[in-house]
Design a protein around this ligand. Sequence first.
Ligand code: ADP
Ligand code: MG
Length: 277
Amino acid sequence: MPSPGVAVRGLAVRLDGTPILRGVDLCAPAGSWLGVIGPNGAGKSTLLRAVAGLLRFDGEVRVGGVAPAALSPRQRARRLAYAPQVPVMPPDMAVFDYVLLGRTPYIGYLARESRADRMAATAILDRLDLRPLQQRRLESLSGGERQRVVLARALAQEAPVLLLDEPTTSLDLGHQQQVLELVDQLRRADRLTVVTTLHDLSLAGQYADELLLLAGGRAVAAGEPVAVLTEELLAAHYGARVSVTTDGAGRPVVQLVRPGRSDRGEVGGNVGRQRPS
Ligand code: ADP
Ligand code: MG
C-alpha cells in the first residue's frame, strides 16, 4: 500500500469561470493532522472538495500517492473519506442505514452488508453517543446530531485519509471535544492522515500538527500552529484584533480583543453611578 498522505501542488480551481483557488501547495504526511484555516470565502471547502476528487482543477493532487480524480468512486472511497460542511442527506433514511452507507465500498455488487459491516457501524455510533438515535429519521435530527451522523458515516468508511470540512461547527463544547479527540485517537491508532477545515482557531491550534492559512484563494502561511496563529497574520487576513497566548503545552490560544477597552473604567463608573446609594 502506498503512503497514505496527502500532497497538493499548484492547485487552481475555477467555479463557473471565477478563479477560486490559485497556486495552492500543501503536504500532510501519513499520520499527520493538517488544519486548513482562513476567513469566510477563502476557499477552504473548495480545497477539500478538490482533494476529494469532486471538482475539476488544474495542478496535482495525490492521496496515498495516487490521483483521486482518476479512481472510480468505489476505489476512491476506500482511500479517503470526506465529510462535507453542508451534507445532502435523504430525509427519510434512518440514522443507522445512513452510517451503514459508509461501508458501501466494502460490500460486493448486488451483495448485502455483512455482520462485520453492521458491527463497524454500531461501534462508531457508540463512540459518538448516537446509538439512542439509530432508528431516527435523518430529517428529525438537530444540527449538531446531524453533524455527528455525517462524521460517523465518514469514520465507518475506515479510509486511511479523512477530509473533514468544519466538523465541529454546530456542536456544543462537549461534543466538539468528543469528536476531535475521537478523530485524534483513530489517527494515532490507525495512522490516519487528517485534513480538516476549522474555523475555531484555538481548536485548530490544539489539534493540528500543521496549519495552512488560506486567504483570497491563496496559501498565505503554512507551518506549525505557533508560526501561523500570530496576531499579525490574523490581523492582516481576518481583519480581526486578537491576542495570542500559549497554553501549558505550548499550543497557541487565540482570543478576540474588543477594540476600545480603554473606556472600561468609564463603563464601570456608569454602573457604579446607577447603583442606589
Ligand atoms: P470557505 O469554505 O473558505 O468559506 P468556499 O470554498 O466555500 O470558502 O468558497 C470560496 C469562494 O468561492 C467563496 O467566495 C464562494 O462564494 C465562491 N464560490 C463558491 N461556488 C461558486 C460558484 N459556483 N461560482 C462562483 N463562486 C463560487
Ligand atoms: Mg467552507
